[in-house]
Design a binder for this molecule. Structure first.
Ligand code: F6R
Length: 247
């Protein structure tokens, strides 16, 4: 795990954007794993800018998102599919048929998760996976206590995640946050050839310290990235504050 600490989240985001731009330039038909949440929004803005400047094209890029709420129509204002359209897909030349987000309304969840894994494999696997981290150490929606080997699956959200996401996406109304989500598993994430994890701010300090310096434990699912051969963690100084070793 390579850890880099930046003065500001803007600088860390800029570095992440450079990694994604370089990936797309090197392999124009690459497969990207994408994340939602507040952390990657500015990164997506940088990628849109790079597209508008003609530095990259998404024409042949395929994407797989980490997760989606169960029960939300994909055009629901809070669905992750809609989030991705608004933050990235609608602003670049990507073919929407190449944009994959788990179907939270699938009637047969078992089949949906198997097909999602199969689609990732058929695309050749994920070249670069973008990750954020929850205040409780979750990656995707793999919550503390999860199975560290599994593929895409149905997960129940913890109280902390429901509260965090209500604040960000549901106008603070916890009752509206779905209680379950479909998520790539930790096993799926570990199969990505490269992972780029971004974490900013005070609320991520404990999770970040555990991920980097703690034992590999299902209590902090992100800690399993210590086992991944090519993970880059980009932090701002605030998120890095509890690290014992800073360089
Ligand atoms: C989103 C996802 C989550 C978020 C995490 C951090 O697709 O998989 O693991 O990355 O909850 O969310 P923010 O960025 O809102 O702090």
């Amino acid at each position: 795990m390579k850890v880099r600490i930046f003065e500001s989240s803007q600088e860390a985001t800029h570095e992440a954007a450079a990694l994604f731009i370089e990936q797309i330039q090197r392999k124009p038909d690459c497969v990207l794993g994408l994340a939602t949440g507040s952390t990657p929004i500015k990164l997506y803005k940088e990628l849109i800018l790079a597209y508008k400047e003609g530095t990259i094209s998404f024409k042949r890029v395929k994407t797989f998102n980490l997760d989606e709420y169960v029960g939300l129509d994909r055009l629901h204002t809070q669905s992750y599919y809609r989030f991705m359209c608004e933050q990235l897909f609608d602003h670049v030349d990507i073919d929407k048929r190449n944009c994959h987000v788990p179907n939270g309304q699938a009637k047969n969840i078992e089949r949906e998760v198997m097909q999602y894994e199969a689609a990732i494999e058929a695309a050749g696997g994920i070249d670069m996976q973008l990750l954020g981290i929850g205040g409780n150490g979750h990656i995707g929606f793999n919550e503390p206590g999860c199975n560290l080997d599994c593929g895409t699956h149905l997960e129940s959200l913890t109280r902390q995640t429901i509260q965090d996401n209500a604040r960000l996406f549901f106008n603070g109304n916890e009752a509206q946050v779905p209680r379950q989500a479909l998520t790539m598993g930790v096993g799926t994430i570990l199969r990505a050839r490269r992972c780029v994890l971004l974490a900013f701010g005070k609320s991520k300090q404990v999770a970040v310290q555990g991920m980097i310096e703690g034992p590999i434990t299902k209590n902090n699912p992100a800690s399993v990235l210590q086992r991944h051969p090519d993970t880059v963690v980009l932090l701002d100084t605030l998120a890095a504050e509890k690290l014992k070793k800073k360089g």
